[in-house]
Ligand binder design. Structure first.
Ligand code: FES
Length: 102
């Protein structure tokens, strides 16, 4: 059953930043967009590039490998060469703990 697990403290990630977190063997990219936290799979749907190392502009991230763009809030693919959306995860803040539902 899916549960929320703590992955980081809120003050460890500034707005406009991302980092990789690992939960239950899953590699996820955690983002701070204007003080709100979002998580996507950290495996680009093109050829597996790490979105946690991508370039963030507003609520979009550009894959560092070949430039595919995704909406950080929804996981929707916005630009090629990726064609498939990427899985978003539910994130919540409990006090100062960032928790992801896995
Ligand atoms: S692996 Fe992300 S665009 Fe190719």
């Amino acid at each position: 059953m899916a549960e929320f697990l703590k992955v980081a403290k809120a003050d460890e990630l500034s707005p406009g930043q991302a980092r990789r977190v690992e939960v239950h063997g899953k590699r996820l990219a955690l983002f701070n967009i204007d003080g709100n936290f979002y998580a996507l799979e950290d495996t680009c749907t093109h050829k597996g590039g790490p979105l946690s190392l991508g370039t963030i502009a507003g609520d979009q991230v550009t894959c560092p490998w070949h430039g595919a763009k995704f909406n950080i809030r929804t996981g929707e693919v916005l630009g090629p060469p990726a064609r498939q959306d990427i899985g978003p995860y539910n994130v919540r803040l409990t006090g100062t703990d960032i928790e992801i539902q896995v």
